[in-house]
Structures are given as C-alpha cells and as structure tokens.
Design a protein around this ligand. Structure first.
Ligand code: DON
Length: 335
C-alpha cells in the first residue's frame, strides 16, 4: 500500500484543478504495475489488451475528469450486479429482496457452489453469482424479454446513454457458462428461483455482456453517490434509500472474499468485474470508473485497485476517515 497522507471524508472535494491533478497522479502511480493476468475463463475475454488503463471521476456536481483509455468499451460483467440489484429494490422494495437474497458476505469466491450448499440453498448476497441470478429473476416482467428490456434500459439510465450488447462476449460466455447453469439449477432445486433457470442464466449472461467505458462507470457510480439522480443527465433513476442500501451491500460484498481488505485499505463501497472494470462510490461526492484488464487471483483489477487507493487517500474519500470538530465550534452555534 502506497504511503500517502489520509484526508478525512468529511467536507467537500478539492477544487476541479486539484482533483484533475490527483487523477493524473493516480494514473501515473498505478500505471507502473504490470502484474496480474487478463481473465480467460470466458474465451472472448482472453484477447483483451492487457495494457489498457483508464480512470474517470464524475462528481455529484456534474464536473468530470478522465485520463487514459476512458472511452474504450469493455463488458460490465459482475458490476452489472450492483445496478440490477438497485433497480430490483427500487421496483419491488428492499425488504423482499433482502428476505429472498440476503446481505451477508459468503467469504468464498464469486462463483462458489459450496457457499450455496453451506447455507441450505440460500444465495447469501446479490453480488455473488447465486444471489445475482436470484436477483435478476426478481426483476418484474411478464417474460424474460421484458425483464431484459427493463435491465438494459435501467442500466442505460444509470450510465446516461443507451448501452449495447457485446455479441462476441455474449456468445462466448453463453457457450461456456456451465458453472452458472449448475448454480441456477441448484438454486431451483432449493426452491429459490421462481422462474425458469435456463432463462434466468440467459438474462444474467446478457446483463454481464453489456458494453461500458470507464466514463460510463463513473456516471453510474455518481448516480449512486447522488441519491439516485444521474448528475450528468439530471434523471432520477432510483430512490435515495435504494442507493444507501446498495452501497451498504457493495461495502460488505462488492470485492467478494477480498471485501474486508478493500474496505480497510480504500474505505469505499465498490464493485469489480472480470473484464477489468471497477466502480467505486463516495456518497455525496463522486463516482469513480476504473478500467484495466489485468486481474489479481480474486478477479479484481490490480491497477484499478491501486488507483482507487490513491484517489481515496488524496481526495479524502475514505468514508471511515474523520477529523475532530474544532473544540469550541459548537458553543459558537448554541448562543
Ligand atoms: O458470472 C460470470 O462468470 C461473469 N459473467 C461475471 C463474473 C465477474 O465479473 C466476477 N467479478 N469479478
């Protein structure tokens, strides 16, 4: 972990120029790392250009910053889980989603089958594959096609532009996702899926194959940071309560079995995807979109993590970092 001064999360962001300089510093710092490997368990992801790297920051006041490959498209993958969860909570209410899916960390890999068996078929949380597919199944819609359209248009509203499918990645994952199909069948056997398991896997695979850029991820994150209103388009996408609930789930589960370390080092709710994207959210301040395809052994972007750590410290984003109120300031208010 880089040794740089920790600013408190209280207060506001530095000036636009300062933020821009810090984003450039984070890019330079994280660019030095060439460790990790691109994902290859989905064959179409194996040909990703490993050196791509982009950082985008979208402030809740509408100001933006970007450096590097911020307009290169990649598939959203597991990051979709966060936004589908938010949409489903907004449509059917958090309580029923919590009862069906849960909010606790499994401590196991994102595609763990053992986690389901250990918990009597309970999916545990909406960020692992079991919980994500169970959440996708809860999306209202008379047919799988209607559910898909609600997901595609909802994620597009978060991004502030129409998101399109990467057909190559979709067909590559659809022909190799035997494990996800097994997970959906297992959930079905425990009575945890009310819809046809094959259709649920298909819709989930599609949501993972939506193309985004780091700029899109920053806009999507800033919508969660801004009480559910996209600060760039001004459109309300979900309620403020749903944002709070989603960020709590991301804090506990967004980086899978590494969520504790991420929260300790970076102090921000975040979600990663195997194509190399990460979205991180500082409530009230900004959304951060990161993209670099080289991953660590848990499937999280290495440069993305380094850049997030730098930004969190230098911009004062860690939600656990406070500063003491100046003694005597309260008595000045109470006259
Ligand atoms: O379910 C899968 O295998 C992928 N479509 C998504 C996995 C993923 O992004 C895991 N995150 N790091």
């Amino acid at each position: 972990m880089e040794q740089i001064a920790q600013r408190a999360a209280t207060g506001t962001l530095p000036s636009w120029e300062q933020v821009d300089g810090i984003v450039a510093d984070a890019y330079r710092y994280a660019s030095q790392d060439t460790g990790g490997h691109v994902a290859d368990y989905i064959p179409a992801l194996a040909s990703a250009e490993p050196d791509l790297f982009g950082i985008s920051v979208a402030q809740t006041d509408g100001a933006t910053h970007g450096i590097g490959d911020v307009d290169v498209a990649f598939t959203i993958q597991s990051i979709s889980k966060a936004f589908v969860y938010a949409l489903v909570c907004d449509l059917i209410g958090h309580d029923s989603v919590r009862e069906r899916i849960g909010v606790n960390n499994t401590g196991l890999a994102f595609n763990s089958v053992i986690a389901i068996e250990l918990n009597d078929g309970h999916p545990m949380n909406p960020m692992v594959n079991a919980g994500a597919m169970a959440t996708t199944a809860l999306m209202p819609g008379a047919s799988a096609e209607e559910q898909w359209e609600a997901i595609r248009s909802g994620l597009s509203a978060f991004a502030g532009r129409p998101l399109r499918l990467d057909e190559d990645v979709l067909s590559s994952e659809a022909s190799t996702n035997h494990r996800n199909r097994a997970i959906a069948q297992l959930l079905h056997s425990y009575g945890r899926l009310d819809r046809d398991p094959s259709q649920v896997v298909e819709t989930y695979t599609r949501q993972c194959a939506l193309q985004v850029t780091a700029t899109d991820l920053a806009a999507m994150g800033s919508t969660l940071a801004d009480g559910g209103v996209n600060p760039i388009t001004g459109e309300r996408v979900v309620s403020a309560t749903v944002c709070r609930d989603t960020l709590a789930v991301l804090a506990a589960n967004g980086l899978y079995e590494r969520s504790g370390e991420w929260l300790f080092d970076i102090g921000l709710p975040a979600k990663s995807g195997v194509a190399g994207g990460i979205v991180a959210v500082c409530p009230g301040k900004a959304g951060i979109g990161l993209f670099s395809p080289r991953l660590d052994s848990a499937g999280n972007s290495i440069r993305g993590r380094l850049a997030a750590a730098h930004l969190s410290r230098a911009l004062g984003l860690n939600v656990f970092a406070s500063e003491a109120v100046v003694t005597g300031s309260a008595s000045q208010i109470v006259t």
